[in-house]
Design a protein around this ligand. Structure first.
Ligand code: PLP
Length: 430
């Protein structure tokens, strides 16, 4: 992208006037493709300023699970906007937040029952890490402040969250030395790796506060899957060494992997869970860190020093909570989990022709996540441009092309997405 990108290529005036003033996410600004000017979204479609419509393959970073502009969510947000867009959560409370907290506690497995609201996934992870560290301070073991995390893991971009990402595959390599160091180990995928982890936990356990993992699918670290058994092993090891188990379900929560929460597939519950992304159906920024009674009780005291000192300004924003309540209504009233199962079959079938193509490492599907992993992708920008030329918005990263569509996507739209992947990948190799 040059300083003049978009200035003389028919992009709208607002684009031309503003593009030189924004700093884009995860981008080398010098070489990044100029972003596409979007004027509207609807269902599984993104409408561009020049009238083109792209079928969206990734639902805005996995958030828009009911599709864009979902009428029930839009109406709930509009109602709340008229009544009260926001009020601070310190010293005040409101119906949408308390209703949402009650509903989340009822939906979540185990006795995850105390909801701490924030406004982004990374902050929800920061809160989870702080909760776990202070749990041990309050219980008289302040040296327990390190976390075991996993190769391929990604938990966000803020300082504490960065420190529990895999430094190799994560995006934070250049800043690695600035973060506290935590052991990053292999997931216990089988008996041998479980034994190695057991030994490592034995070695570190006096210093450890907990274990943090993305259950079933490690997203931004490469769309890597593991079996539910790994989560059962983690629960058993956390119990053995008295560690708090944190499940980061910011990507996997709300149906994405085929059950409402990924950990349900393993039949285990964590001590703390983090949620965001699809929490509001992708409409507004909101996140939640939910703790069990055991964790909460370690903070329950007459001593002010034992309180959790965190409180984002826009915590429990009323618009976000209204959107989240409306999103949960849709999970109650519409067959989302069935739609995810249908998407899984369509992804299996639609991506199958990629199997065996030259340069193909793996094709895998879990719930509404379809992944085509190449040995390498030489030119990500070129690949992204090919997809746009095919009328789809798909954003490969690293060596991975993936689809995480809205659960409400029409079968023909999903077929357009999988056909585009097959066509573009074939062309890459011929
Ligand atoms: N945790 C996981 C598993 C994620 O996938 C992400 C974002 O992709 C985050 C945390 C960070 O969320 P946010 O981008 O809202 O800060």
């Amino acid at each position: 992208m040059t300083a003049d990108s978009g200035k003389s290529n028919g992009f709208p005036d607002w684009y031309q006037a503003g593009i030189g003033h924004v700093w884009l996410p995860y981008a080398q600004m010098k070489t990044v493709l100029p972003p596409l000017p979007v004027v509207a979204t609807s269902g599984a479609r993104i409408i561009l300023a020049d009238g083109r419509e792209l079928i969206d393959g990734i639902a805005s970073w996995w958030t828009a699970c009911h599709g864009y502009n979902q009428p029930h969510i839009r109406e709930a947000v509009a109602r709340q906007l008229n009544q009260m867009p926001h009020v601070m959560f310190g010293g005040l409370a409101h119906e949408q937040a308390l209703t949402l907290a009650r509903r989340l506690a009822a939906l979540l497995p185990g006795d995850l029952s105390r909801v701490f609201f924030s406004e982004s996934g990374s902050v929800a992870v920061e809160v989870a890490l702080k909760m776990a560290m202070q749990y041990w301070i309050n219980r008289g073991a302040p040296q327990r402040r390190r976390f075991v995390s996993f190769k391929g893991g990604y938990h966000g971009d803020t300082a504490g969250a960065m420190a529990v990402c895999d430094p190799e595959v994560g995006m934070h390599g250049p800043l690695a030395n600035l973060s506290p160091s935590h052991p990053v180990v292999d997931l216990p995928r089988d008996e041998a790796t479980a034994h190695t982890l057991d030994r490592a936990l034995e070695r570190y356990s006096d210093d450890l506060a907990g274990i943090i993992v993305e259950p079933l699918v490690q997203g931004a670290g490469g769309m890597l899957f593991h079996a539910p058994d790994a989560l059962r092993r983690l629960r058993a090891l956390a119990d053995k060494y008295e560690l708090l188990l944190i499940f980061d379900e910011i990507f996997t929560g709300f149906g994405r992997t085929g059950t409402m929460f990924a950990c349900e597939a393993a039949g285990v519950a964590p001590d703390i869970i983090t949620l965001s992304k699809a929490l509001t159906g992708g409409t507004l920024p909101l996140a939640a860190t939910v703790a069990t009674r055991k964790v909460f009780e370690a903070f329950w005291s007459d001593d002010p020093k034992k309180a959790l000192m965190h409180g984002p300004t826009f915590m429990a924003n009323a618009l976000g909570c209204a959107a989240a309540n409306a999103s949960l209504d849709l999970f109650d009233s519409e067959p989302r989990i069935g739609q995810v199962a249908a998407i899984a079959s369509a992804l299996e079938q639609g991506l199958a022709p990629c199997r065996g193509l030259p340069g193909m490492k793996d094709v895998r599907v879990k719930g509404a996540i379809g992944v085509v992993e190449m040995d390498r992708i030489a030119d990500l920008n070129a690949l992204r441009a090919h997809f746009i030329a095919e009328g789809v918005f798909i954003r490969p990263f690293g060596n991975v092309i993936y689809l995480t569509p809205a659960f409400t996507i029409a079968p023909e739209e999903l077929k357009t997405l999988t056909d585009a992947v097959v066509k573009v990948v074939r062309r890459l190799k011929t």
